[in-house]
Design a protein around this ligand. Sequence first.
Ligand code: MG
Length: 366
Amino acid sequence: MKSFSKTVCAIILGAGKGARAALGYNKVLFRDNDQSVIKTATDKFSFCDKIIIVCPEDEKATFDALFPVNKGFTVVCGGNTRSESVRLALPYCDCEIVAIHDGARPYVSESLVRACIEDAIEYGSSVPCIKANVAIKETCGDTAKSVDRSKILFVQTPQVFNTEKIKAAYSSIPGDYADDSEIFEKAGYPVHVTPGEASNVKLTNPEDFKLKQRIGSGYDVHRLVENRKLILGGVEIPFEKGLLGHSDADVLTHAVMDALLSAAGLPDIGVLFPDNDPETENISSMILLSRVLEKIKHVRIINLSAVIMAQKPKLAGFIHSIRESLSSALGLPVDCVNVSATTTEGLGIVGECKGIAASATALIEI
Ligand code: MG
C-alpha cells in the first residue's frame, strides 16, 4: 500500500458521554464482533504515524489498558465538549496532517480514510460528505418548507486537515462547534469535500447498538438398559428400561445444555462435567442445567427447539410435561421451548431400541 508524502497523525474521539445511546456506559466501549467500537474505528488508522485516543478523565485507566503506550498509542483526557476534546488533543499532534475521527464510527473503510488523507495533502482539508437522499424540510413555526436537497450534504468523519492550519483555527476561534470543519471554515479556510460512505454511520441511539444473536446445536445418544429410570427433560417416563450414563443420562437435557453452551461459544458438557467426576455420579441433569445457566447468565435465551428420537416408549403424552419442565428450568414461556418426538422407523440403534437420541437447537442473544 502506498505511503503518504506527509506524516499523518490520527485523533480518535471517545470522550463523549454517549447519553443518547442509553447504554449506562461510554458507548465507544460497546463490544461488537468481540472488540470495542473505538478499537475497530482505530484499527482503520493503523497505518498512521501517530494515534492519539481521547477519553473521559475518569476512564483513563480503561483506555490506557485498551490502547497501550508500548503499542504506540497516546491516550489523552478530553473535555466536556467535542471542540474542547480536540483542543486538548491537538498539542500532541506533531505530524504535518491530522485526521480527526469519531470513535463511534467503526464502519469507516480504510480506503475512505486514505482518500481523505490524500485530499487533505492536496487541498489542505478533507471532509467526507454524502448527498441527501431523503426529502429535506425546514421548520417554519408549525409548518415545514421544502429545501433543495441537491444543496444538502451530510457530514462524516474523519475530517482531515493540514495540522498547522487546524491548530491555528482552533486557537483563533473559541467556543464549541458541531465539528472541526466548522471551526476551520470560521477561521477562513476552505473545506474540501471528499465523497463519504453511506455505511460510515455514527452509532448514536439505542437501536444502533444491536445485540448479537447466535444459534447453537447439541446432540446426544444414551444406551437403553434395564434397572435404570428413563428421564427426559427432567420428567420421569414410565418404561421398562432407562438410559445408562454417569449422571441420570437425561439425553434430552444433555442435548439442550450442549446447544446453549455452543451458542454461547463455550465448551460442551463433556468438558464441563467429565464422566469420571464422582460429584456428578447419578446427578439429576436438571442440576447440571442450572450450572450451565449460571455459566451463560450474560446471555438471553430466545428459544429452544429439540427432537427426541425414540422407537419406544410412545412419548406424545409426555411432551407437554417435558416442555413445562424445561421451560421452567430455563425461565422461558412454554411456547419458547418446543420439543418433538420421532421414531426412526425401526432403523438403526434407536429403531432397534438400543438407545434414545436427542438433538436441540438454541437461539440466544448476547
Ligand atoms: Mg449425555
